[in-house]
Structures are given as C-alpha cells and as structure tokens.
Design a protein around this ligand. Structure first.
Ligand SMILES: *Cc1c(COP(=O)(O)O)cnc(C)c1O
Length: 218
C-alpha cells in the first residue's frame, strides 16, 4: 500500500461509519524505518509520525524537524520514567501514560521545560501481563491522578491482543472514554484501522501498510 491508499481507506471507512473524512488522524509509525523513508512520506505531505523508542527517535527526528518544522511526533511505546526528560523534549504527544509514577515524571519535566504536551492514557484492554497500559478497572484512579497533576489528557489508547478479534477491545476503549468524557481514541493499526474507525478511532497508528515490513532487530 502507499500513503494515498491508506488515506483513501481512511476516507472510505469514515464514509461507511457516517463520520467526517477529516475526523481521523493518520499517525505514520516509523519505528525501525530509516530517515530517508520517513522523508519520502514527508515529501508526500504526511506530517504526523509515531515512534516507540526515545533513542531511535532522537537519532532520526531532529534533522527531519529542521527541514519540516510542522512535523508532529507521537510517542507510542513503553516510557521509562528516566526517559521522561528526553521524551518531553522531543515529542509533541505522549500516547502511553499508564501509571501514576510516569504521570508525575512527565508533569515534572513539562514544568521544567515549559512544555505542556497532550497525552493519552494507554489502557491494557486485554489485561495482558506483558503489555503496557493500565487495567480498565484502574483507569478512573489514574485519570484522576492525571487531572490532579493537570496533565492534558486528550483521550485513550490501546493495543489489542494480537490473537483477538479487535472489535471488543475497540468498543471497550470507546466506552471507557465516553464514561470519562474523553473525546479522542488512538486505536487501530495496519491490520484493523478501518474497524477501529467504525468504533470511533480519532487516531490510527499505521506502520507496515505505509512502509512495508520492518527490519526489526532481533
Ligand atoms: C508498531 C506499532 C504500530 C504499527 O503497527 P503496524 O501493524 O505496523 O501498522 C502501532 N501502534 C504501536 C503502539 C506500535 O508499536
């Protein structure tokens, strides 16, 4: 697929769902992709990107940002508190707030750096032990902590278990967001972004469908 194909699929999924064409933001997930491939998408007009490792993003993005100052970078991986400083300095949106300790570290760094980044809370909808994200029943307490810290929580994010049909996870995330009055939902990847749009995704995180298969380090 190409950028144009993915965008066309987003538009058609929006139409099918009776949603506005511009109600879904495409986050191009560029992890493991070299900077020149990212730049190909930048040249084609894509501006929003996602990375899951701070160090990799630090290696690729400062130079790209000099050329494309309106580029927006979303952090979508597990964030260690000792990387909060670097993440706040480089990224524009943190999608993976999943514990009070991290919320506190982000608040501290944002205050120090005079930045106030929008964040998402990552929810572990499948309650998988190896996966990041707050368990659904712990979400209200974490949301309250974030509110007390005056973190700007834009919405919720999830990564459904690979072996599940994603529909129930997307529906659950939408329900949890509605209960908290949160409007944005980051859900859906290459295999299921059209389904996610049906359930209300406002951000889809697409890697493979845009860039092809990743050369992942073992
Ligand atoms: C890698 C990744 C994606 C993109 O996955 P694809 O299947 O390549 O589209 C989306 N979200 C997160 C959190 C990821 O780590």
């Amino acid at each position: 697929m190409s950028l144009a194909d993915v965008r066309a699929d987003i538009v058609s999924a929006c139409k099918t769902a009776g949603r506005k064409e511009d109600s879904v933001m495409l986050v191009a997930v560029s992890k493991f992709q070299p900077a020149d491939r990212v730049e190909t998408l930048l040249k084609a007009g894509q501006r929003v990107f996602g990375e899951n490792r701070v160090q990799e993003a630090e290696e690729k993005y400062p130079a790209l940002r000099e050329k494309y100052p309106d580029l927006q970078l979303h952090f979508i991986g597990h964030l260690q508190t000792n990387k909060a400083r670097a993440a706040v300095a480089l990224f524009d949106v943190i999608e993976t707030v999943d514990r009070a300790e991290l919320a506190q570290a982000l608040r501290k760094e944002m205050d120090k750096q005079g930045r106030d980044l929008p964040c998402f809370i990552q929810v572990n909808t499948g309650e998988e032990p190896q996966k990041g994200g707050v368990a659904p029943h712990d979400l209200p307490a974490l949301y309250q902590t974030c509110k007390d810290l005056k973190l700007k929580i834009a919405g919720l994010m999830c990564i459904p278990p690979a072996e599940d049909i994603p529909d129930l996870h997307f529906a659950l995330l939408a329900k949890l967001a509605a209960e908290l009055g949160l409007k944005q939902l980051s859900m859906g990847m290459s295999a299921d972004f059209q389904t996610a749009i049906k359930y209300g995704a406002t951000h889809v995180r697409v890697g493979t469908a845009l860039f092809g298969t990743r050369q992942e380090a073992a």
